[in-house]
Ligand binder design. Sequence first.
Ligand SMILES: NC(=O)c1ccc[n+]([C@@H]2O[C@H](COP(=O)([O-])OP(=O)(O)OC[C@H]3O[C@@H](n4cnc5c(N)ncnc54)[C@H](OP(=O)(O)O)[C@@H]3O)[C@@H](O)[C@H]2O)c1
Length: 251
Amino acid sequence: MNDFVGISDLDMAVIIGARGGIGEAFVESIIQTTSTTKIIATSRNEEWCQAPCTGRVHRQSLDVTDEQSISALAEHLKAQSQNPKLIVNCTGILHRHDARPERTWREFDLDWMRAVFDVNALGTGLLVKHLIPLMPRTGRAIFVTLSARVGSIADNRLGGWYSYRASKAAQNMIMKTASIESRYRRPELILASLHPGTVDTDLSAPFTARVQPDKLFTPAFSCERLSEVMRSLTPADSGEFFAWDGSTIQW
Ligand SMILES: NC(=O)c1ccc[n+]([C@@H]2O[C@H](COP(=O)([O-])OP(=O)(O)OC[C@H]3O[C@@H](n4cnc5c(N)ncnc54)[C@H](OP(=O)(O)O)[C@@H]3O)[C@@H](O)[C@H]2O)c1
């Protein structure tokens, strides 16, 4: 099958955060279901980047908080005259060995809040800045970023998780604004924020004890659903926020 996400001639794809649970599932799915000749898969982990892998996958070191590493990827693609039709940003942080999402404002910690914003919101901005200009001016092309339903201000009923929620809301705003800017030069480009559901990965692991088994998706299932959502998107949907089942999430 060659029409992964509705792009029939998908010669290359870029998966940012490809060592993570959902990112890895995207790479695997593209390998399994398409004849895409080149998949750029990024991580900060040098050892992973150097490890041997299938010939179609090219691993590249990239840290979304390091603008130079993003511009290095852009330069690499430019040097090879490559114009990716599909870019999926699967990076994100919710917790760290020394930090968990805040339950109350009493737990605010500026360093942690900045770290979460750097990756989830500002990192997405830098990817937009350096990678969208490389995407084709005509024809179907998709740039999506994995967001989270908890970034919806309208949907916030439980409170808590201040930095993660706020960073995802900011990420969504960056995507929405970029979709407006890109309309003129790239009218067929689709930008979207996608909620993958609750997925069994390192990111969610500390918080899934009480999730019903049928509500905890495997990365492969989430990726399959998100690919289906992407397949259905048209330029009129650009800038919107969708869940894994295709429903629109309110801002
Ligand atoms: N899992 C869920 O239930 C769930 C729910 C809602 C939304 N999401 C969103 O889905 C996305 C993917 O999450 P996941 O569940 O696949 O989590 P994951 O397995 O923890 O993967 C996240 C990846 O982000 C990368 N990353 C973190 N900081 C980075 C940085 N500074 N630069 C580059 N990459 C960085 C890490 O890659 P390296 O360490 O290899 O660099 C990590 O593998 C995230 O945006 C998350 O917010 C997940």
